[in-house]
Design a protein around this ligand. Structure first.
Ligand code: ADP
Ligand code: MG
Length: 640
């Protein structure tokens, strides 16, 4: 492999941008280089979240002795030599700036050996090159990056905690394992193996990343629609996740984030997803290069499609056909799912041809060439025949200018989803408003002496009726109880008097790296709340005690809620979320309207409110409604 220097002209054609800003981007660049070098085995070692050390070892082509120096120079790449190459580039890297950029801000060492020659090493410290020297090494390349940003303290300061940085690296490694299931990856953090894949296919890689059970919960796709190939795995109708971190999309082999595809998949799930649930998917799209633009954000995982409508339509119709089990599903499924996970309407037989995602079919099917209009018509038909979900995508005419950013057609569900992002902020606002209202209400409503209340009965098994002087109080027993529990919990929490209740059987929650990092960051606050929570294995946490007042808490839904707020939570403190969750738990634990209370129980409740008739339940509903005798007399026209 020869390394060529790009002319400034070519370089300028490539969107410039910062290549490395975080440890995970170092890992990304180095692993991409190893992949580009044709490695079949890649080992990634990370220490201190990648700040201390990133080392990538591969068994690829290696770098010749005389090219070692060149690898370190800016715009040095063996992957393109002229501007035309830019449009046909097949390798992951091609800008020739990664090594140079990383070497400028770290202590870097490349040790490399090509087949049939000796191994040589070359250091570069903060951009200052050392001397090429012989050193022992196997075929392939070892690139070590130590003390990232040691000479740029300002950038070092911007890095997150080791745990967070490591989580981001892990997340990216997961994506490498999935996108290249033909490569055997070993990934270690601080000397411990986190992932080890064997290069024996996507199913195996999926099991490494998500655990062995994952396949039972997924459909495997292998569809070819209008020349666009859609393969990979999607969660079945009952398998959803509390946030978007279980979604991976690879377009022409590259991991990307793309609104159009995300919206298409999410809309296809439609009613199968409950509030604040997100689909699981690992999808591979192979799209003819002329309708995909890979050079939008050179370092960010963003991709732009020349035609969003076609992509949206294809993904939507394939995913919804499979989920709804319509007759086309068989065309799109790589494997017929096990009987028990087949939806009622899904056809069970015959078994379609099973093709591995990465095996090339013996006779490649000729892509159906269609005009845009034809394809659109057919897609519109597919989508309307799915029908009934109320999630029909709106089709836009293709944009005249290819440079215009065409956003994914947002359907009703997607718009709702956008709103949901603010769910917690909204909840906080409601709580604050309720507190505010409560204060005002209290100012006008005096406290009564519960001993003076005369019990007059119960209405609709919900409202207790009391008479006092010339007024009647209707008390919502559910709201009252809820409020009391909430007050008790909050008071304890604020006075740091929480009591933990050990659980008979500890609860173990399996999470992914990002979720783990998020929970770990909040361990202290959860412990303060009375949860005894610890790391349990690599990406699991164990809850062995819960706050005594939340004994009946449903931990599964509690954590689903905590994790669903992970993405939006940077702005909102977990403490607030937990307080809010306390309110919700209080609701659940409280007496429900509909349960009859005895007179004594009702009185006990009132006594506990200390006669405060201005109380509101944690969600702002009033606990008591007062009706004066005169108001009742007005109703009967006794007085006007
Ligand atoms: P790019 O990948 O865009 O070409 P880099 O700065 O990442 O630029 O790498 C510069 C060059 O160094 C590559 O073009 C390649 O020739 C060589 N190189 C880097 N890493 C490796 C590796 N692991 N194995 C073989 N060659 C490598
Ligand atoms: Mg590169």
């Amino acid at each position: 492999m020869k390394i060529n220097l790009l002319s400034a002209d070519v370089y300028n054609k490539i969107a410039a941008g910062e290549v490395v800003d975080r440890p995970y981007s170092v890992v990304k660049e180095l692993v991409e280089n190893a992949v580009d070098a044709g490695a079949s085995e890649i080992t990634v070692e990370v220490e201190g979240g990648g700040k201390k050390l990133v080392r990538v070892t591969d068994n690829g082509s290696g770098i010749e002795k005389e090219d070692l120096k060149r690898a370190y120079s800016a715009h040095a790449t063996s992957k393109l030599s002229c501007a035309e190459d830019l449009f046909t580039v097949q390798t992951l890297g091609f800008r020739g700036e990664a090594i140079a950029s990383i070497a400028a801000v770290s202590r870097m060492k490349i040790l490399s050996k090509t087949a049939g020659s000796d191994a040589y090493a070359l250091d570069c410290t903060g951009g200052v090159l050392g001397e090429v020297r012989p050193e022992a090494g196997a075929n392939g390349t070892v690139v070590s990056v130590e003390d990232l940003f040691f000479n740029t303290p300002a950038r070092l300061k911007f890095l997150k905690s080791d745990g967070q940085e490591e989580a981001d690296v892990t997340n990216m490694m997961a994506r490498f394992l999935l996108s290249r299931p033909d490569i055997a990856f070993t990934y270690l953090t601080n000397g411990k193996v986190k992932y080890r894949s064997f290069g024996d296919g996507l199913k195996s890689a999926l099991a490494v990343v998500y655990g062995g059970g994952i396949l039972e919960n997924c459909y495997e796709l292998n569809a070819d629609k209008h020349g666009i190939k859609i393969s990979g795995f999607i969660g079945n109708q009952n398998f959803s996740k509390p946030n978007r971190s279980y979604q991976s999309l690879f377009v022409n082999g590259r991991y990307v984030v793309n609104q159009t595809v995300a919206a298409a998949v999410t809309n296809a799930y439609g009613a199968y997803l409950m509030k604040r649930q997100y689909p699981f998917y690992v999808l591979f799209l192979e799209i003819p290069p002329e309708i995909v633009d890979v050079n939008v954000h050179p370092t960010k995982a963003d991709v732009r499609f020349a035609d969003n409508q076609i992509i949206y339509g294809c993904v939507y119709s394939v995913v919804s056909a499979v989920l709804d089990g319509n007759s086309r599903a068989l065309e799109y499924l790589a494997d017929v799912p096990k009987a028990e996970s087949v939806p009622q309407t899904a056809p069970v037989a015959p078994v379609p041809e099973i093709r591995s995602t990465f095996e090339k079919p013996v006779v490649p099917p000729a892509p159906v060439k269609m005009t845009y209009e034809q394809a659109k018509k057919e897609l519109a038909f597919d989508i309307s025949s799915v029908g009934g979900k109320g999630t029909e995508p709106r089709f836009f005419e293709p944009s005249v200018s290819a440079d215009l950013e065409v956003r994914a057609p947002l359907s009703a569900t997607e718009e709702k989803r956008e709103e949901k992002k603010d769910f917690f902020a909204e909840n906080q606002r409601i709580l604050r408003e309720a507190e505010e209202k409560e204060k005002n209400a209290r100012a006008t409503q005096e406290r009564i002496d519960p001993n003076n209340l005369v019990y007059k009965g119960e209405l609709f098994r919900t409202y207790l009726i009391y008479e006092i002087g010339d007024a009647a109080y209707f008390i919502d027993q559910h709201a009252a109880h809820e409020r009391l529990i909430y007050n008790r919990l909050r008071a304890k929490w604020e006075s740091r008097e929480v009591v933990s209740q050990p659980m008979l059987i500890p609860y173990v929650l399996n999470v992914n790296a990002q979720e783990f990092a998020f929970l770990e960051k909040n361990f202290a606050i959860l412990r303060e709340m009375g949860f005894e929570i610890d790391e349990f294995g690599d990406t699991s946490v164990r809850v062995s005690s819960v706050p005594v007042d939340l004994q009946s808490i449903d931990l599964k839904s509690f954590f689903a809620e905590v994790l669903s707020s992970m993405e939006s939570l940077r702005a909102i403190k977990l403490a607030d979320l937990i307080k809010d969750r306390l309110a919700t738990s209080a609701c659940k634990a409280a007496v429900k309207g509909g349960d009859s209370l005895t007179e004594e129980e009702g009185r006990a409740l009132i006594v506990e409110t200390e006669g405060d008739m201005g109380l509101r339940c944690p969600h702002g509903r009033p606990v008591a409604v007062k009706m004066k005798k005169s108001e009742i007399e007005k109703l009967f026209k006794r007085i006007v």
